[in-house]
Design a protein around this ligand. Structure first.
Ligand SMILES: *Cc1c(COP(=O)(O)O)cnc(C)c1O
Length: 397
C-alpha cells in the first residue's frame, strides 16, 4: 500500500496521496483535463491492456482525483476508493453496483432522505426488494434476513435524531448471512468513526459535508477492499460515469488538510452546546451521542472518538416555538446543509424530512419541536449566546 500508512491522521490528511508534477509544486496540482496523450500507438495499446500504469480518460481516473482517493484510503484504512460527483452518487453506486434482480437489501429506516429513496423506491424497480428495520434493534435486523439478502445498509449517527447503530454487531450478523455491509459515515466523519475497523465492508461519504466543510462544492467517495471494488464497482463506475470533477477533487484535497482540526473543534463546541441546552427548562430533549444523557452513550464511547459535530433538541412549544427560535437566531443560519464552518440550523419536520408520512416521522421521533443544529467553527461563547437569546425570544413569542 501507499506511503504513509503508519502516519497519524493529521499527517495523512496533509501529505497523503500527493503526486508531484515535474515542477515540484508544494500544493496539490489541479489537472483540469479530460484526456491524456500517449508517446506512441504501442504505449496506448499497453495502457488499454493494463500492462502500463497511467491515465486514460478522466471518467475513469484523473491525477487530482487520484490524490483525493489515495488520501481518503489512507485516512480510512481502505485499500481502494472511487471518488464521485456527490454523496448520493457514492451511495447509489455502492448499492446498485453489487445487486441484481432477485436480491434483497436490509436497511435501517432512519436514513438520509435520498438514500431511503434509493433503497425503498429505486431498487424495487429493478427487482431488488428492501426491508426497512429499526437500526438500533438487532432482532429486527435478524428477522429481516432472507436467503437472498445481499446488502445491509445504514448510517450512524442517524439524521436528524442522532441515534446510533452498533456497527460491530450488525457487521457480524451481515457476515453470518453472507451479506455485504455498506455504511454511510457522513455524520460521524472519518475522524470520529472508522467503520472498516469495526467490520463494515464498504464506506460511503458525502464529501460535500465535513470533508469540504466550507460550503464550496459537492463530492463523494466509496471506499472498500481492492477485491470488492474490482469485482463490483470498477466496471459500473467506468461505464455509468458518476466521476468527481478534478476541480472539486482539488477543493476537497484542501478541505482534507484541515478536516481533523475542524471536526475536533466543532465536536468540542457541540458538546458545550449540548451541556447548555440540557440545563434549559424549555428544551424537553437533547440528543447528543457525546452527552451522558444519550441512551446509547456507552455505544458512542465504544465506536466513536467523539460525540459528533451535530446535535438535535426538542422545544417544549412544538413547531411554533421551533420556528420562533430559528427566526430569532443572529449568527446561526437556517440551512439544511451540515458539517460546515458556519453553524447551521434546520427544522427537519418541514424540510429534510417533509416527504415522510406523519406516521414515519413519528416513528423516527421527528416531532414539530425538533431542531437539528450543525455546529460550526465560531467561538463557543458566541454560539451559546446566540442560542440563549433565540430561546428566550421564542419563549416570549
Ligand atoms: C448529504 C448527505 C448525503 C448526500 O450527499 P450529497 O453530497 O448531498 O449528494 C448522504 N447521506 C448523508 C447522511 C448526508 O448527510
Amino acid at each position: 500500500m501507499a506511503r504513509g500508512r503508519n502516519w497519524g491522521a493529521s499527517t495523512k490528511l496533509v501529505h497523503g496521496g500527493i503526486r508531484r508534477s515535474q515542477f515540484g509544486e508544494t500544493s496539490e496540482a489541479l489537472f483540469l483535463t479530460q484526456g491524456f496523450v500517449y508517446d506512441s500507438a504501442e504505449a496506448a495499446e499497453a495502457r488499454f491492456k493494463g500492462e502500463e500504469d497511467g491515465f486514460i480518460y478522466s471518467r475513469y481516473a484523473n491525477p487530482t482525483v487520484d490524490m483525493f482517493e489515495q488520501r481518503m484510503c489512507l485516512l480510512e484504512g481502505a485499500e481502494d476508493a472511487r471518488a464521485t460527483a456527490s454523496g448520493m452518487a457514492a451511495v447509489a453506486s455502492a448499492i446498485a453496483c453489487q445487486v441484481k434482480q432477485g436480491d434483497h437489501i436490509v436497511a435501517a429506516r432512519a436514513l438520509f432522505g435520498s438514500c431511503r429513496w434509493v433503497v425503498e423506491k429505486l431498487m424495487p424497480k429493478y427487482g431488488v426488494e428492501c426491508t426497512l428495520v429499526d437500526g438500533k434493534n438487532l432482532d429486527e435486523w435478524k428477522a429481516a434476513v432472507r436467503p437472498e439478502t445481499k446488502v445491509f445498509f445504514f448510517e450512524t449517527p442517524t439524521n436528524p435524531t442522532l441515534e446510533l447503530v452498533d456497527i460491530k454487531a450488525v457487521a457480524d450478523l451481515a457476515h453470518e448471512n453472507g451479506a455485504t455491509l455498506v455504511i454511510d459515515n457522513v455524520f460521524a466523519t472519518p475522524v470520529l468513526q472508522k467503520p472498516l475497523e469495526l467490520g463494515a465492508d464498504v464506506v460511503c461519504y458525502s464529501a460535500t459535508k465535513h470533508i469540504d466543510g466550507q460550503g464550496r462544492c459537492l463530492g463523494g467517495v466509496v471506499l472498500s477492499s481492492k477485491d470488492w471494488i474490482d469485482e463490483n464497482l470498477h466496471d459500473y463506475f467506468r461505464h455509468t460515469g458518476p466521476s468527481l470533477s478534478p476541480f472539486n477533487a482539488w477543493v476537497l484535497l484542501k478541505g482534507l488538510e484541515t478536516l481533523s482540526l475542524r471536526v475536533r473543534q466543532q465536536t468540542e463546541t457541540a458538546g458545550r452546546l449540548a451541556d447548555f441546552l440540557s440545563g434549559r427548562k424549555d428544551v424537553t430533549r437533547v440528543l447528543y451521542p457525546g452527552h451522558e444523557s444519550h441512551p446509547q452513550h456507552d455505544l458512542a464511547s465504544r465506536q466513536m472518538k467523539g460525540g459528533s459535530t451535530l446535535l438535535a433538541f426538542e422545544m417544549a412549544g412544538g413547531k411554533e416555538a421551533a420556528f420562533a427560535f430559528e427566526n430569532a437566531l443572529d449568527i446561526i443560519a437556517i440551512s439544511n446543509n451540515l458539517g460546515d464552518a458556519k453553524s447551521l440550523v434546520t427544522h427537519p419536520a418541514t424540510t429534510t424530512h417533509k416527504n415522510l408520512s406523519d406516521e414515519d416521522r413519528a416513528e423516527l421521533g421527528i416531532s414539530g419541536g425538533l431542531i437539528r443544529l450543525s455546529v460550526g467553527l465560531e467561538d463557543a461563547e458566541d454560539l451559546i449566546g446566540d442560542v440563549e437569546q433565540a430561546l428566550d425570544a421564542a419563549l416570549k413569542a
